[in-house]
Design a protein around this ligand. Structure first.
Ligand SMILES: Nc1ncnc2c1ncn2[C@@H]1O[C@H](COP(=O)(O)OP(=O)(O)OP(=O)(O)O)[C@@H](O)[C@H]1O
Ligand SMILES: [Mg+2]
Length: 171
């Protein structure tokens, strides 16, 4: 089975992907590591300290693979059998990412992109996977999130209604 996991930084993609990879015995790819290792980028943006991904090369890398979990901000660019979108309240995103000593600007940027559902909107507008699983991780432990995802896979999809637009958060 091919599973892709996307979502704003801090929603818990890497944490949950590790649990799922163990439970389902699927090889796990962290996309930011993979992109560097396999040079799947076109250039490097010094100002943002980020690689500009070559999405064609990325898709090619996974083209022949039948079993994997790929997790990262741009996982939804890769066709798969199941796409998982992880969500979390913007204020929770900030508190989870604070542990990484991210600058305030980056915390705000990520909270805002979660608030406006940036990743989720991209997926729902152009899904590259027949099964969509949209999960709120705010009040769930990683293990519980993994269980919800597995239930979603069994049921052929699971879309929780999530809308942070009315939410305010204190920084
Ligand atoms: N369900 C959860 N409940 C509470 N804390 C969580 C949960 N999932 C992840 N965390 C914690 O939040 C932080 C971010 O998690 P993680 O690194 O898995 O996010 P990510 O989506 O992979 O972020 P990035 O896109 O930056 O790689 C970690 O400290 C992790 O332990
Ligand atoms: Mg991660």
């Amino acid at each position: 089975m091919r599973i892709t996991i996307t979502g704003t930084p801090g929603t818990g993609k890497s944490t949950v992907a590790q649990i799922l990879s163990r439970k389902l015995s699927l090889p796990l790819y962290n996309l930011s590591d993979l992109i560097k290792k396999e040079k799947l980028y076109t250039s490097y943006d010094e100002k943002r300290d980020a690689f500009i991904v070559d999405t064609e090369k990325l898709k090619d890398f996974f083209k022949e693979k039948k079993d994997f979990i790929a997790e990262g901000l741009i996982a939804h660019y890769i066709p798969s059998d199941v796409i998982v979108i992880l969500r979390a309240k913007p204020e929770v995103i900030i508190s989870r990412l604070k542990e990484r000593n991210y600058p305030q600007e980056k915390l705000n940027e990520n909270a805002e992109s979660e608030r406006i559902a940036f990743c989720a909107t991209e997926v729902f507008q152009n899904p590259l996977s027949p099964v969509i699983i949209h999960v709120d991780t705010t009040e769930r432990k990683p293990e519980e999130v993994a269980n919800v995802i597995m239930k979603g896979i069994k049921n052929g999809g699971l879309v929780e209604e999530i809308d942070w637009l009315e939410d305010q958060w204190d920084i």
